[in-house]
Ligand binder design. Structure first.
Ligand code: AMP
Length: 645
């Protein structure tokens, strides 16, 4: 029987310590000098989260100090890229603080490349700066470890604890140690969810010997969503899954190639193909969202999803594969080196794959393809919880007291957990963690967490629930009929295969060219319900499978939310991410809104609503040199160190 370990009197519990969680710990210590700060992390904080294997660029840096961009510019950019659907208050708030985060990273030892002439950071693109980032995560983790009172590594957090004395207030979390199997109870006044988005909910292109190689971290099990949906938090933009154009089979990133190496794409005949899809696409989405004439202006780029659309359609027209033209850039020894370093610093697998399959980008243009969809909130997509914004810029509908607090009292989010804030990337996620932690400290100081009580019944009930897959296995293991087949249960791998197949076929995955419709989504929901019933009987033969079982349950909750949201939004807002075959146009008249859902934790029933999509930042671009006329956002250099304004 698993040992129970109780950690009591926590002020701030951080569930998941990727970039969002580490930012939370760091800032919590600044505002909460005497607060008890505890981290629970599924892996080891030194190498966890999406940044675990390193990054070659920091994709969100304003450079206000160097007169490069204002936070408002970044809001405009993200808004265009997401076809209008963003939370501008949250984005602005992140953008006005993100530079100070990056400056701290440099102080802590992260090598950031500099332009020898200007002394400013070396830019890959307008927002991206280049780093030697193999050790990015250990460097950032060190700051978090020094800030926290305790770090619990190897804890899979499965559920949030709720206050038994006050409805809809968080009281901590529970989980188990993936090595010892001990049951862990964390009683806490606030919880900041810094867990990850979801890879592996749609069937990946990589199967068989390639299984496990996916674009987003394979260990990102949608726990940010599973935990918060399970606690009844409202979610937003969960339909806004992301599909990535990537180097084929290794999922190597393309940003440095497009932006820094100035490579470009062409079809199998060596022709430029993107522009020929734009007139038809413009009819689908309208000139406001796609104006190739204006796209030379950097604040009106071609949105990421629309670039995907051209790639997908060119392949469907029989002119695949799409190639990235590297042969020109790679003739320059410096660019050739950057091209390889880019992968070695963050996606070693792509370099290894090219080496193993005799692809030399100097002499051969490598293939690009589109990935399966992912659900996350920090790259070019904004899925996550419906959170309060900051007091000074948020309209009433977006503000309920504490920045980054979800609709559950005391429950905060950072990184992938927060909805409506795309293009935060690593630095923005850390910054969001800082903002959430500052607000969590205030929540406690305001006395909002007084009188929390957690019944023994709740703790015991969760324990029985968590370990049930192992009990189930013990009871029925002798009834295996062949191989892994047992009429009494499915194992986590079988459950995952089933989830991925149904999401792929019914919710718009890669094998159906990202196409879905009302009928398909309804069938998908029915199948998800049946899977939910069977997940009650998932069996785990050891602690490792128990981890997989809980990851699967979180992925299932995230998936159901994706399907509900996709069904609700009756339009095709992001061609190239997914298509509603029964509503193939963008429909601003009815759907220029954010979608918000809540799953009733008791009944499992969903309610959906539309929330206003406010445009707070004007259309006109001002240069950063005009910053004196800007609001506090564009202050010189932004607040330094931990001084979040
Ligand atoms: P990636 O390597 O695709 O993850 O992208 C890194 C950064 O480059 C992100 O900020 C992307 O939005 C951006 N990016 C990637 N491809 C392009 C492109 N073709 N045009 C403009 N920005 C891009």
């Amino acid at each position: 029987m698993a040992k129970t370990i109780v950690e009591d009197n926590i002020d701030i519990l951080i569930a998941g310590a990727g970039l969002g969680g580490t930012g939370s710990a760091f800032e919590a210590r600044y505002w909460g000098k005497d607060k008890n700060i505890v981290i629970a992390e599924k892996a080891n904080i030194d190498r966890s989260g999406a940044v675990a294997q390193g990054l070659y660029a920091i994709n969100c840096y304003m450079g206000t100090r160097f007169g490069e961009n204002n936070p408002e510019d970044h809001v405009r950019y993200a808004r265009i890229d997401l076809m209008g659907m963003v939370r501008e208050d949250l984005l602005f708030d992140m953008a006005r603080h993100v530079d100070s985060t990056v400056h701290q990273f440099e102080e802590w030892g992260l090598p950031i490349m500099r332009d020898p002439k200007s002394g400013s950071y070396l830019r890959e693109g307008r927002w991206q700066i280049m780093i030697h980032g193999e050790s990015y995560k250990p460097i950032v983790a060190e700051a978090a470890k020094k800030s926290a009172d305790k770090v619990f590594n190897r804890i899979c957090v499965t559920h949030l604890l709720m206050d038994d004395s006050k409805e809809n207030r968080v009281a901590g979390a529970v989980g188990f140690n993936v090595r010892t199997g001990d049951y862990h109870v964390f009683k806490s006044k606030t919880v900041i969810v810094g867990a990850g988005g979801a890879s592996n909910i749609f069937r990946p292109r990589s199967v068989g010997e390639g299984a496990g190689r996916v674009w987003y971290a394979p260990w990102s099990s949608g726990s940010a969503y599973g935990l918060m949906i399970g606690a009844g938090a409202k979610m937003t933009q969960m339909e806004n899954r992301i599909v990535l154009a990537r180097f084929k089979d290794g999922y190597g990133p393309v940003g440095a190639y497009f932006l820094h190496l100035k490579t470009y794409t062409q079809n199998c005949n060596g022709e430029e193909y993107e522009s020929k899809w734009f007139p038809g696409l413009q009819k689908m989405v309208g000139k406001e969202y796609l104006d190739p004439e204006a796209s030379h202006l950097t604040h009106r780029p071609i949105p990421t999803c629309l670039r995907n659309h051209a790639l997908i359609n060119e392949i469907n027209a029989g002119r695949g594969p799409i190639h990235m033209v590297t042969m020109e850039a790679f003739q320059d020894p410096h660019l050739e080196e950057i091209g390889w370093h880019n992968f070695l610093g963050m996606t070693v697998g792509q370099a290894v794959l090219w080496a193993a399959t005799d692809v030399n980008p100097k002499y051969e243009n490598p293939e690009l393809t589109t990935s399966e969809p992912y659900v996350m909130g920090s790259h070019a997509t904004g899925s996550g919880a419906w959170c309060s914004g900051p007091e000074d810029v948020s309209p009433d509908e977006y503000f309920w007291g504490y920045n980054r607090m979800t609709t559950v009292e005391g429950l905060f989010g950072a990184g992938d957990a927060v909805g409506g804030t795309p293009h935060a990337f690593s630095s923005g996620s850390f910054t969001e963690g800082r903002l959430a932690a500052k607000a969590a400290c205030k929540y406690i100081d305001d006395g909002k967490a007084e009188g929390i009580s957690i019944s023994q019944e709740q703790i015991d009930r969760r324990k029985a629930e968590i370990f049930k897959p192992m009990e189930h296995y013990k009871v029925f293991r002798n009834e295996i009929v062949a191989g892994d087949v047992n009429p009494n249960y499915i194992n986590p791998r079988q459950g995952l295969d089933r989830l991925q197949k149904l999401m792929d076929e019914y919710a718009g995955g890669a094998t159906v060219n990202y196409m879905t419709n009302d009928k398909l989504l309804h069938i998908g929901l029915k199948k998800l319900k049946l899977l939910e019933e069977d997940l009650e009987k998932v069996a785990a033969k050891d602690i490792h499978e128990l981890l997989r079982a809980w990851e699967l349950k979180h992925r299932h909750l995230a998936s159901e939310s994706v399907v509900q949201h996709t069904l609700f939004r009756k339009e095709t807002r992001w061609p190239g991410y997914y298509y509603r075959g029964d509503a193939l146009k963008l429909d601003d008249e009815n759907w220029h809104v954010l979608t918000v859902s809540r799953r009733d934790p008791k009944t499992g029933e969903y309610t959906m609503e539309k929330a206003p999509c406010y445009h707070i930042v004007g259309d006109d671009e001002q240069s950063a040199s005009e910053k004196d006329e800007q609001p506090a956002s564009a202050e010189e250099g932004q607040p330094s160190s931990a001084e979040i304004a």
